[in-house]
Design a protein around this ligand. Structure first.
Ligand code: SAM
Length: 280
């Protein structure tokens, strides 16, 4: 769990030390071991629309054995279980809180703690391995995709998606507000998979034959301004680090900025993700 505390006035979530990957950022302090409800309300509501599209793109169908890498609280795991049956689904995530909730939401699935870079499964164990919104948080995304390929049988598929860094209206509104209250130092963080072609490259470098490389779009409707803002205040992941460093005045300025740009009646925000599918 992260949280740099009020003393850290200018949090940096750019990569440093062992977590830097040749220019590809891994925000060292990102943490997801938080109550699943915080993730669900902030980003999980987008995953719900994205997960079935990724499953479609990967060709998940009855009879297959499938693996959800970085399952979080289980948005994709639930979709996979509905398609192939829970006993045919495995899922893995480093967050104990998310693993617990995912296991509760998908009884009968094999849900384990672990990371993409060291998957706790045998070679060729699955027909399809998927990672929904995970590459940007792996310590070594290339190693993670190589592992996904290892546990997928020859002829099977590996699929991954990640938000386009410039086309997520909720994150744009949230980050715009945060910046208005507390200007961030340095360039914005980057996440592996968030730019055109990055996922294709990861798959190709893992020796996969890329079958699809395109984008997926989802929309989420917010009932009120608070339906948008309260989850931002309690967001897990990168935003948590920044939020924890802001004073009350800065948070108030951020909220005022966000309010000025959004209505207090139902509104819809869209987000686009890159995805790629490769054959083993
Ligand atoms: C943005 S969430 C996505 C969760 C879920 N797949 C979804 O679509 O809602 C990113 C997830 O990646 C997990 N994660 C972080 N580092 C990871 C790693 N090295 N290997 C696998 N999962 C990781 C986090 O714990 C978190 O659950």
């Amino acid at each position: 769990m992260v949280g740099s505390g009020p003393a850290d006035r200018h949090p940096s979530i750019t990569p440093t030390g062992d977590d830097a990957q040749g220019g590809q950022a891994h925000p060292r302090s990102v943490g997801f071991d938080v109550p699943a409800e915080r993730y669900d309300r902030f980003m999980g509501r987008f995953s719900v629309g994205l997960a079935p599209q990724l499953a479609d793109a990967a060709g998940v169908a009855p009879g297959m054995g499938v693996l959800d890498v970085g399952c979080g609280p289980g948005a994709l795991t639930e979709v996979l279980a509905a398609r192939v049956g829970a006993s045919q689904v495995a899922a893995v995530d480093p967050s104990p809180a998310f693993v617990r909730v995912c296991g509760e939401r998908v009884p009968g699935a094999d849900v384990r703690e672990g990371t993409a870079e060291a998957l706790p499964f045998e070679d060729d164990a699955f027909d399809v391995a998927l990672a929904c919104l995970v590459t940007g948080f792996m310590k070594d995304a290339q190693a993670g995709v190589v592992e996904m390929s290892r546990v997928t049988r020859p002829g099977g598929r590996v699929a991954a998606c990640f938000w386009d860094k410039d086309r997520h209206q909720m994150l744009e509104a949230a980050m715009g507000a945060v910046n208005a209250g507390h200007p961030l130092e340095g360039p914005p963080p980057t996440f592996v998979g968030g730019s055109r072609g990055e996922l294709r490259t990861l798959l190709e470098h893992a020796g996969l034959t890329v079958e699809a490389d395109d984008e997926l779009t989802v929309s989420v409707t917010y009932e009120t301004f608070d339906d948008f803002w309260q989850p931002v205040l309690r967001a897990p992941g990168p935003l948590e680090v920044i939020m924890a460093s802001m004073t009350e005045d800065e948070l108030a300025a951020a909220e005022a900025h966000a309010r000025a740009g959004l209505p207090d009646e139902p509104f819809t925000l869209a987000a686009t993700a890159w995805y790629a599918v490769g054959a083993v």
